[in-house]
Ligand binder design. Structure first.
Ligand code: ZN
Ligand code: MN
Length: 156
């Protein structure tokens, strides 16, 4: 995991450099923190965690860096209501969301490309809509929240 994050971070940094962004210590810290973060943080989450080390850093610097990564295809945004969340995992995957604590877990899949059946179904049901990708959001309770609620709930 640490290896994946380090690899991701250096790929992100060289791509941002190529895109013409100046590599300040702040930007490098943002990228390193984000590359290792699988929790789907908001820009605000990362901003708050970096504040103690970079008290003069602006929120805009964090947001713009994440935005540049997204434009370069090295991050994705995830909108589940509320502020946009950022995802350093650009491999195909679905998400499982905990209704109690809000945790978001990646569910890797081989592909999110729409199948031929999904394409023709969508075309028929959504007035000619041409679907390209299909991403699922599963909702329920994470293991920790099940455990926490288990003490109160009836046994299944
Ligand atoms: Zn939970
Ligand atoms: Mn994800």
């Amino acid at each position: 995991m640490a290896e994946v994050a380090a690899e991701r971070a250096s790929e992100m940094l060289s791509d941002l450099k190529r895109a013409g962004l100046k590599m300040t210590p702040q930007r490098i810290a943002i990228v390193r923190l984000f590359a290792a973060d699988e929790s789907h943080p908001t820009a605000q989450d990362l901003f708050e965690r970096l504040q103690p080390d970079f008290p003069s850093m602006s929120f805009a610097t964090v947001y713009n860096t994440l935005d540049a990564l997204t434009s370069a295809g090295l991050a994705r945004t995830l909108r589940l209501g509320g502020a946009a969340r950022f995802d350093p995992n650009v491999d195909p995957h679905h998400h499982a969301v905990c209704d109690a604590c809000g945790a978001i877990v990646d569910l890797p899949v081989a592909s999110i490309d729409a199948t031929t059946a999904e394409r023709s179904q969508l075309r028929a049901r959504a007035d000619g809509f041409a679907v390209r990708t299909v991403e699922h959001v599963y909702r329920g309770l994470c293991a920790a929240c099940q455990k926490a609620q288990g003490s109160e709930a009836e046994p299944a």
